[in-house]
Design a protein around this ligand. Structure first.
Ligand code: SF4
Length: 196
């Protein structure tokens, strides 16, 4: 039974003052047990946990389907995701300089120094898979995988079209996702991840 997103967000807020990690909150809600009584202020935010999540397997058919959907959404006019959606994707892949580390699946590109690609989606290190603006020959390419109106993430992270909250899919739940959910709110993330 999925955990209610609103309840999860509330519990994560409270957990910051009870010394519980995000992973512990998730487990407690799933098992319907009581929170710890003793209140203490933790030194760090819930992102301190180390649950990385399990990427959803990217079979050949699934890869072909999501690639086609991404290309169609880009269209001939280089359509782009909104700035808000893009910002959430940047957080999901690259983290921030304020406590959120880059995704452990993010790989440094060998072909385009300074850029990155997703090591979990199985598409490899190619011009169309870069997560950062990159130099291709003499030309700077600004349109990256994070700009496509429709694009998926193997960890179903915030900002991506297949986003699932931590309460909806325990397999892909991870501490980085919980960290973003606590700060932005699940409902807000949902509306920006797959806008209609
Ligand atoms: S697409 Fe998803 S799994 Fe891949 S690097 Fe970005 S956040 Fe991580």
């Amino acid at each position: 039974m999925p955990i209610d997103s609103r309840k999860l967000a509330e519990e994560l807020q409270k957990a910051k003052f009870k010394g519980e990690s995000a992973a512990e909150v998730l487990k407690r809600l799933a098992q319907k047990t009581e929170p710890p009584k003793k209140e203490s202020v933790p030194a760090v935010a819930p992102v301190a946990g180390n649950k990385e999540g399990e990427p959803i397997p990217q079979g050949f058919i699934n890869k072909a389907k999501t690639f086609t959907e991404a290309m169609l959404s880009r269209g001939l006019n280089n359509n782009k995701a909104s700035d808000q959606t893009y910002s959430l994707r940047v957080l999901s892949c690259h983290g921030d300089n304020n406590g959120l580390s880059p995704c452990p699946k993010r790989m440094d590109s060998n072909k385009f120094p300074g850029s990155h690609y997703c090591g979990a989606c199985g598409c490899g290190d190619k011009p169309l898979t870069q997560l950062t603006p990159f130099k291709n020959g003499d030309k700077m390419t600004e349109y990256t995988k994070l700009n496509y109106p429709k694009v998926t993430c193997p960890l179903e992270m915030p900002g991506f079209s297949n986003y699932k909250s931590s309460g909806e899919n325990a397999k892909t739940a991870n501490d980085r996702k919980l960290y973003i959910e606590v700060r932005h709110g699940v409902e807000d993330i949902k509306s920006k991840s797959n806008p209609s």
